[in-house]
Design a protein. Structure first.
Length: 405
């Protein structure tokens, strides 16, 4: 079928950027581009963040949370940074039929609504994102449109951090809703605050900088030290790609002071990716990790040889796909041979044995060791109540502790 193409500017009309100032038709300096990218990267106001349950344990008592923001939070940020005349978006909509839809008890042929959003920010460029939804959803068009728009925004850095925001596991009530919303980590809270405590995304006043975009000397020294530490944790190639990509510098001492917050933020984001990589590797094993590195044509399986953030993301996605396959083989999510109570008991015993060893080694309490290794998937205080649904998380935590020497 022919795609149905519509255009929206944020008020119903598409305005030519070349006819207007204040975002439309202007050319940004390299420094202004870097400041705008940093402002786009800035997290949303916590009040704009919502949570939904994506996975549940087999007893449906605990759920894994995923954070998201309403599309209006994205349009608000774009309007505040570029004005309503400074950006446009175009949609193409297509219906696809004869798609196999799989269920736990079989599959059926269904249709999908696929939406492509092309987002143009005048003076910065254009990116596209694709969203899709099953056609039997009465709100399929709206859902696919929102997904496509958000994915296009993430190409500019807007909302990108939400992909790395792990809500962890929480207890669910009788309606399968979370009893409490996860607490946002400090890095997911805007650093830019006005005197009244509200976030302000205007240029030249974000990431703790002064009104002219400069970073105070004392803060700059702290940021440079932090950047050096983060660079060591993410490895040579990843840190170098971030420094060059954001600041066009290969050494922390050569980064312009106005770019220090953006570099530090990008390295923190990269470190979260490295931590995800390590957690997935702990489950699938070092051998499979090495095989995937070879399949991706990395020089070796060393962290220093992951060339850039794009390569890191591809490796994480491949590993986490393997994690899902591993869980399936172990009997999670409908396997014909689910783990027995004995298997759960043995896994719990192995975890406690390793936790006691690490506690003696590090001078910590066993409960603290278990909670840190579990990373929110379960808690030491309820270890006696874990079920077969918790088995992958217990095994992953045990694998983490076994690597502590």
């Amino acid at each position: 079928m022919e795609p149905n193409v519509t255009a929206a500017g944020n008020g119903g009309a598409t305005v030519s950027a070349t006819q207007h100032g204040a975002g439309g038709g202007r050319e940004y300096t390299e420094e202004e581009v870097r400041q705008l990218v940093a402002a786009l990267d800035e997290p949303f106001d916590p009040r704009d963040i919502k949570w939904r349950v994506t996975n549940m344990t087999s007893d449906r008592r605990r759920g894994q949370m995923m954070a998201y923001a309403d599309p209006r939070a994205y349009t608000d940020r774009l309007n505040e940074l570029f004005t309503v005349r400074g950006w446009t978006r175009e949609y193409s909509v297509e219906a696809i039929t004869n798609v196999e839809r799989k269920f736990s008890n079989g599959s059926q042929i269904a249709g999908k609504v696929v939406v492509t959003c092309r987002l143009t920010i005048h003076g910065l460029g254009a990116h596209s994102g694709i969203g899709e939804e099953w056609a039997d959803n009465e709100n399929a068009g709206t859902a696919a449109e929102a997904q496509a728009f958000k994915r296009a925004c993430s190409c500019f850095g807007l909302g990108r951090y939400l992909y790395d925001l792990e809500g962890g596991w929480v207890d669910l009530d009788d309606r399968k809703q979370p009893m409490r919303a996860p607490k946002l980590p400090d890095w997911a809270i805007p650093k830019r605050k006005q005197a009244d405590g509200t976030a302000s995304p205007t240029m030249g006043q974000h990431n703790g900088r002064t009104h002219d975009g400069a970073t105070q000397p004392a803060e700059a020294a702290i940021l440079r030290t932090n950047i050096k530490s983060l660079s060591g944790q993410v490895g040579y190639s990843l840190s170098r790609s971030v420094l060059i990509g954001v600041a066009k510098a290969e050494d922390a001492e050569k980064i312009a002071s106005t770019l220090l917050p953006a570099v530090a933020s990008k390295l923190e984001d990269t470190l979260r990716g490295v931590e995800r990589l390590r957690r997935a590797t702990a489950i699938v094993g070092q051998q499979r990790y090495s095989e995937l590195c070879r399949e991706l044509n990395f020089a070796s399986d060393a962290l220093d040889d992951i060339p850039d953030r794009s390569a890191l993301r591809r490796l994480i996605e491949a590993l986490e796909k393997e994690v899902g396959a591993t869980a399936s083989r172990q009997g999670i999510k409908g396997s014909a041979a689910p783990p027995t109570a004995k298997a759960v008991s043995e896994a719990r015993s192995q975890l406690l044995t390793e936790a006691q060893r690490v506690a003696r080694l590090k001078g910590m309490k066993v409960a603290e060791v278990v909670d840190r290794a579990a990373k929110g998937a379960f808690a030491y205080s309820r270890l006696h109540r874990v079920t077969a649904g918790d088995l992958p998380a217990i095994q992953a935590a045990t694998a983490v502790l076994r690597r502590v020497l």
